[in-house]
Design a protein around this ligand. Structure first.
Ligand code: FES
Length: 110
């Protein structure tokens, strides 16, 4: 007799960020660098743990493939292009921490 499978569960979180690390929108691997920088920024702003935490994921492509690196933030569905490390910091502080979209870097909304 086998044991019943564990039921999935999810701790509370506030937003989910996907970072494209693919080679088409940023051939210089800039997306990978952004993804590497993200945890320290989230930790600094108190967004790595607890109910306000930001879940994050890297993805091989978000279907845009130009003008990257591309980042999308859910649940709002806010898409950012040309994200530099400095812009990533603004996104973390202004959007993810304070809830204010960084309007000048948005190229699409859900
Ligand atoms: S490779 Fe980044 S959006 Fe397609």
């Amino acid at each position: 007799m086998s044991a019943a499978p564990l039921a999935p569960s999810m701790e509370p979180y506030s937003r989910h960020v996907l970072v494209c690390v693919g080679g088409f929108c940023s051939p210089d691997q800039a997306g990978r660098e952004l993804y590497r920088l993200l945890p320290a920024l989230l930790q600094r702003e108190g967004l790595l743990f607890g109910p306000r935490r930001i879940k994050r994921g890297e993805t091989p492509c978000l279907g845009v493939c130009t003008g990257g690196p591309i980042i999308v933030v859910y649940p709002e569905g806010i898409w950012y292009a040309g994200v530099t490390p400095a812009l990533l910091e603004r996104i973390v502080v202004e959007h993810l921490r304070d809830g204010r979209v960084v309007e000048d870097a948005v190229f699409h909304r859900l």
